[in-house]
Design a protein around this ligand. Sequence first.
Ligand code: NAD
Length: 419
Amino acid sequence: MNNTSRREFIGMAGAGLVLARTGIAKAVPSERVHHAVIGGGGQGCAHVSNYDKFPDCDVVAVCDVDPKRREKMKQLAPNARVESNFRRILEDPTIDSVSIATPDHWHTPMALHALQAGKHVYVEKPCAHNVHECQILLKAAEHYGKCVQHGTQSRSSQGIIDAIAYLQSGALGKVRLAKAINHQMRGPIGRAPVTDPPPGVDYDMWSGPAPLHPFTTNRWHYNWHWFWDYGGGDMVNDGIHQVDIARWGLDVGLPNAVQGAGAQLYYDDDHETPDTQNITFVYDDCQLIYEMRLWTRYKLEGHDNGVVFYCDNGRLEIGREGCFAKIIGEKTQKVGGGQDLAANFHNFIEGVKANDPDHLLAPVREGAISSALCHYGNIVTRVGRGQTLVPGAWNFQNDDEANALLKRTYRKGYELPEI
Ligand SMILES: NC(=O)c1ccc[n+]([C@@H]2O[C@H](COP(=O)([O-])OP(=O)(O)OC[C@H]3O[C@@H](n4cnc5c(N)ncnc54)[C@H](O)[C@@H]3O)[C@@H](O)[C@H]2O)c1
C-alpha cells in the first residue's frame, strides 16, 4: 500500500468499512505485503515462520491471548509488534492482510471484522464454525472484494493439482465415487478438572462468541477441537482436507443429500465429538464417502489420511506418499506429489499484491462449501438420521432439529458484525 492510500485511510479514522465500500484500498496493490498473524499455536507459528521468509512479505504484527504463545511468535518474527487484542491489529492501517489461526469458533467473526477493516484474510480451515457462517463469510468476501484464502492447502500444491488434472482428463474413465479416508490413532484426553486459566491469559477473549465455560486444560489449546462450542471434531479438523480433495476431484458442490452415522466407540472421557464416522454425500451421478476411525494404528486401503477415486477404468489415490494412478491391467504410475503449505501461503500473498481474489487457488468460495459438507456430516451424526437438502439452498428439508444445528447463538458482546 503506498503512502497516499495510507494517509487516506488514516484520515477516515476507524472507517475501514467506508474504505472497503468505496474501494480506495482496492486500487493500490502492495509491492511488499505487511502481514499479521492472529493465533500462535502450532499452525499460527507455521504461518509466522513461512510468511516472514517470503521476499515479498513481512510479518509486522503477531497476536495471541496467551503470553507464552506471544513469546513464541515473537521469537519467530523478532521485528513484529506483539498484541494481545486482535482489534489493535485491525485498527492499524499499515497492515494489509491477516492470518486467522485461532480455534474455529473465532474464524468467521474475526474474518468479518478483518474484511470490514479493509484487510485481506487467510482463514484457517474450517472457515466457519457452522453452515450459516459459511454462507455469511462467502457473502462478505464477495461484498468487500478482498482476497479470502482458505487453509485447505492441497488446492495450491502442484503435485495434487497435477493429479486432479490427470483424473479430470478422463484417463481413468468416468469417476463414480471418491472415498475420503481419515484413519488414525488419536488418543484419549482424559477428564480435566476445572482450574483457573494460566496467569496472564485472556480467557474471556479466547472464549469470544462461544459460551464462557469454566476453564479446563481440555477446553483449551488444541483439545478445544473435541467440543462442539469451539470445533467440530476430526471431520472439520483433518477430515476437511480429504473431503475438499474428494469434492475437487469429483467436481461437485453442495450435495443433494447426506446420509450415515457416527459414534463414540472408543472414547470415554471429556470428548464430545465422535471417534467414528461413516458419511455419504449423495450427488446426481456420483458419491463422496467419508470414513473416519480415530482408534486405529493401521491404515485403510493404504492410507491414514488420503483420498481414493474409483473410476470405470481404474483408481487414483492421493496420500502422504504422493498421487498414484492404477489403470486396470497396467502398472501403477505416479501422477503427482504431496501437500505444499507454503505454496498456499504464497499464492495468498500474490493475490494480495495483485488485489485480486480471482488469483487465489484455495478461495473461500470452495472452502465454505467443503466446510459446510463437514458440518453436515456432523449434524447427521448428532441427530442420528440422514438429511435431504433444499435444492439450491444450504439448509435441510423438513427437519427442525437438524436445521437448528446449522447456526449457533453468540455471547453478548461477541455477536457477528453486520455486513
Ligand atoms: N491447514 C492445516 O493443515 C492446519 C493444520 C493445523 C491446524 N489448522 C487450523 O489452525 C487453527 C489453529 O490450530 P492450532 O492447532 O494451532 O490450535 P491451538 O489451540 O494450538 O492454537 C490456537 C491459538 O489461538 C489463540 N487464540 C484463541 N483465541 C484468540 C483470540 N481471540 N485472539 C488471539 N489469539 C487467540 C490461542 O491462545 C492459541 O494460541 C485451527 O482452526 C486448525 O483447524 C490448520
